[in-house]
Write a protein that binds this ligand. Structure first.
Ligand code: AVJ
Length: 325
């Protein structure tokens, strides 16, 4: 291969979001990779499996809260007719509960799911419009940090859903930035519904991120498989071990991939050599857990006034309704 063409293929790989992130993460100290890298086709399927695991209480607990309180949530939010917007909607399986409640409250609802995955959005539109006549779905392929202001709510009250504990993936300062950015695109009086996981017994948290069946381990290791496939890397998955840790100091679950030996990895598309010591880890995810006070303060610092909170009988998960002011 000519030097010139090697350069240009290198540049194209580094300039993709994937290449940029992998380069940044694996040349950093300590080594890390961003959680969004998990969600290729296989990773998304593994995440769906995680949500059904006995140890992973997160999804089913939030769903139970929405099932119990959807009508109350909607009537608290709806001082005017509502338009629903969802950030990182995915296939929007829990949203149906809120849409049904909204339909009991008003005859027609417009729902704007925003997600980076076009296929997930198409699936959601088809499923929801078939099952819930009265709901008009207007999907939007976008990163949820942008383009919310462009959504025409036709004078209705916007209810923005940011559920599924997605906020937990952000560093506290980034979470504030994200919510402030969101606030700027809303009008005073618009609503935010935030689903967050709560601090609980360490044993329960660790089990949720290190299940017996090994699905979370496979989910974590899949990121290396993705780098092998998409960047030509030569990670040997058997030389890494999934590990989940609870950091009391940061109130977060950390997921890491620990190198079992001293080894060198080559990533041709980035012309990058990565050296790992035995026991060194690649930090792949933070999942922050909250107290109601911590979350209220986060909302207040971001321009939202918390109005109500709903939780399950074990206080494992909370759904917060807040108002932009
Ligand atoms: C999708 C970010 C809510 O943090 O619980 C599940 C992702 N990682 N198991 C979470 C995840 C490992 C999940 N979120």
């Amino acid at each position: 291969m000519h030097v010139a063409s090697a350069r240009s293929s290198l540049n194209t790989a580094i300039q993709t979001p994937l290449g940029e992130e992998v380069y940044r993460g694996l040349t950093g100290h300590p080594k890390s990779l961003c959680p969004w890298l998990f969600y290729d086709e296989k990773g998304s399927a593994l995440f769906e499996q995680i949500t059904a695991l006995p140890e992973y209480y997160v999804t089913r607990t939030e769903r139970a809260i929405l099932a119990d309180y959807a009508d109350e949530i909607i009537s608290t939010a709806a001082d005017r007719r509502l338009t629903l917007v969802e950030l990182g909607a995915g296939t929007a399986t829990k949203t149906g509960l809120l849409l049904e409640a909204a339909l009991r409250h008003q005859q027609r609802v417009t729902y704007h799911p925003i997600d980076v995955s076009e296929s997930a959005l198409n699936e959601a539109k088809l499923r929801i419009e078939t099952r819930l006549p009265g709901v008009t779905v207007k999907p939007r392929v976008a990163d949820y940090t942008e383009g919310l202001g462009a959504i025409d709510a036709a004078g209705q009250r916007r209810l923005v859903l940011f559920i599924g504990s997605s906020i937990g993936n952000f560093e506290p300062t980034d979470a504030v930035q994200l919510l402030r950015g969101l606030r700027q695109q809303l009008h005073a009086g618009d609503r935010l519904l935030l689903g967050v996981d709560r601090i609980k017994e360490r044993k329960l948290l660790l089990a949720a991120y290190d299940d017996k069946a090994g699905v979370t381990a496979a989910f974590n290791l899949n990121v290396l498989e993705r780098l092998n496939r998409e960047l030509g890397a030569n990670f040997n998955l058997r030389l890494f071990r999934h590990c989940a840790r609870w950091s009391e100091e940061h109130s977060r679950i950390e997921m890491h991939l620990e190198s079992l030996v001293s080894q060198q990895i080559f990533i041709p598309a980035l012309e990058l050599e990565v050296k790992l010591n035995r026991g060194e880890t690649i930090h792949t995810e933070n999942s922050y857990k909250f107290t109601p006070e911590g979350l209220s303060s986060l909302l207040e610092r971001s321009g939202f006034k918390p109005s109500r909170q709903w939780t399950d009988e074990r206080n494992w998960f909370s759904v917060f309704l807040a108002t932009a002011w």
